[in-house]
Ligand binder design. Structure first.
Ligand SMILES: [Zn+2]
Length: 433
């Protein structure tokens, strides 16, 4: 058992308790005790105590939608509309991926996440075995989706059967991993057809993996789907029977009340991506309406090519501000609501009810912000400081599954110097057209 003490502990438990002078006991990758420091220390005499002093411990943030290998494309193409950006800049580069670089770019993303307090993620990309290997090495928790589109050959396989056989092999290879699960992730309604979507759902069920896709990201996507499939994206997918309680839907910008009723009925989670939606001018997801509809709502950065950061504190701040601006209501998305989305909402999206909170029995996944920084003083309201003032760089400790991955400037699971040297290869790759 190990006990961490800090001046503040934001539990995100069912009562959203925020404790001053508090402690957290962990054992075997789980939280075993939480409470006022004096009580926790008295209950566990002899336990190792790590006093973090003037810090705030929070449950690890969950980046519920990203494409981690795309850190290689950070800054390679900006300031364009979604469909032009994908067609002219992203897809041509992705067609010539070198698998070894997928490991490097994934590790670079995990390094950014670990540095800024993110402990878990939902990833969607190709050649997922590389992301699995990098996530295993980095020590993070996550759902790793293999992207599927209707066009073949694609990067993951010459034919659909070849791709699906690779997914089956990955499912076998990573079955039972303590922190990582797979998912089948059809890209979007506009890059698939009914046959592809049904085959993806059947494969997810066959291998016992989760399911997720980009959904209702733009008005154009809705208009095209209405023209081509005769229904809006969510009713169209629901008519195929592919939306279930294991499903995460990324973006959900252009959703109406009937769409949200379907998501609630099926138990799907929605994932809000404020920076990506603002940068691509896709629109603003109706956060208050999604929450009022009873749909679990998480926050994701989207990929580092369309954000361009994977810093969930930045994203949580934007989710609060964009929610207010888009609704014209400064009370629409509070700091607490945004933090709920980044923690407990994320846990719903990755399908891990033990994540996103610090309570007895929950995951020992957490981070600790150093409050002795000018931007985080005074501590009138620690949640306000975390959501509205913190940048992520105040983080001094990241723990996943009870294991320290970052501490006071040092990575403990990654060789940052070696990774930095390899990042130069990403720049060379991204520069080729
Ligand atoms: Zn995305």
């Amino acid at each position: 058992m190990k006990i961490y003490r800090a001046d503040w502990l934001v539990t995100q438990d069912d009562s959203r308790a925020v404790l001053e002078d508090a402690a957290l006991a962990i054992e075997g990758g789980l939280v075993s005790d939480v409470g006022p420091a004096a009580d926790v220390l008295a209950r566990h005499p002899g336990a190792e105590v790590d006093d973090l002093g003037a810090s705030a411990i929070l449950p690890g943030l969950i980046d519920a939608h990203t494409h981690v290998p795309m850190s290689a494309l950070r800054g390679a193409a900006d300031d364009k509309a979604l469909f032009a950006w994908l067609g002219e800049d992203i897809f041509p580069r992705e067609a010539r991926w070198e698998p070894a670089l997928l490991r490097v770019s994934s590790l670079l993303s995990f390094a950014e996440m670990i540095r800024t307090g993110t402990t878990a993620f939902w990833d969607m990309y190709m050649l997922q075995e590389n992301v699995f290997a990098a996530a295993d090495e980095a020590g993070v928790r996550g759902v790793i989706g293999e992207n599927v589109v209707r066009f073949f050959p694609q990067l993951g396989g010459a034919t659909r059967e070849a791709l699906f056989d690779r997914i089956r092999a990955n499912a076998e290879a990573w079955r039972g991993h303590p922190r990582l699960r797979g998912a089948v992730a059809p890209h979007a309604v506009y890059t698939t057809d009914p046959d592809t979507l049904l085959a993806c759902r059947a494969l997810a069920d066959e291998v016992g993996w989760r399911f997720g896709m980009h959904m209702s990201e733009t008005r154009k996507e809705t208009a095209d789907c209405l023209a081509e499939r005769g229904a809006r994206p969510i009713p169209y997918c629901d008519s195929l029977g592919i939306l279930r309680a294991d499903t995460a839907l990324f973006h959900c910008v252009d959703v109406d009340d009937a769409d949200l009723a379907i998501l609630r009925e099926r138990g799907c989670a929605a994932v809000h991506n404020p920076a990506s939606n603002m940068k691509l001018a896709s629109g603003a997801a109706p956060v208050p309406r999604i929450l009022a509809a009873g749909v679990p709502l998480a926050i994701g950065t989207d990929g580092p090519a369309s954000n361009n950061a994977q810093n969930m504190l930045r994203e949580t701040w934007l989710a609060a501000l964009l929610g207010k601006l888009a609704s014209g209501d400064p009370t629409a998305v509070s700091a607490r609501t945004a933090l709920d989305m980044a923690t407990r909402g994320g846990a719903a999206a990755i399908g891990d009810p033990l994540a996103g909170r610090l309570a007895p029995g929950s995951r020992a996944d957490f981070f600790a912000l150093d409050l002795c920084t000018p931007g985080l003083q005074p501590v009138n309201d620690v949640v306000s400081n975390v959501v509205y003032a913190a940048t992520g760089l105040e983080n001094r400790l990241t723990v996943v599954d009870g294991r320290e991955l970052y501490r006071d400037g040092r990575y403990l699971s990654l060789d940052w110097g070696a990774l930095l040297a390899e990042a130069e290869n990403l720049r060379r790759w991204a520069g080729q057209r």
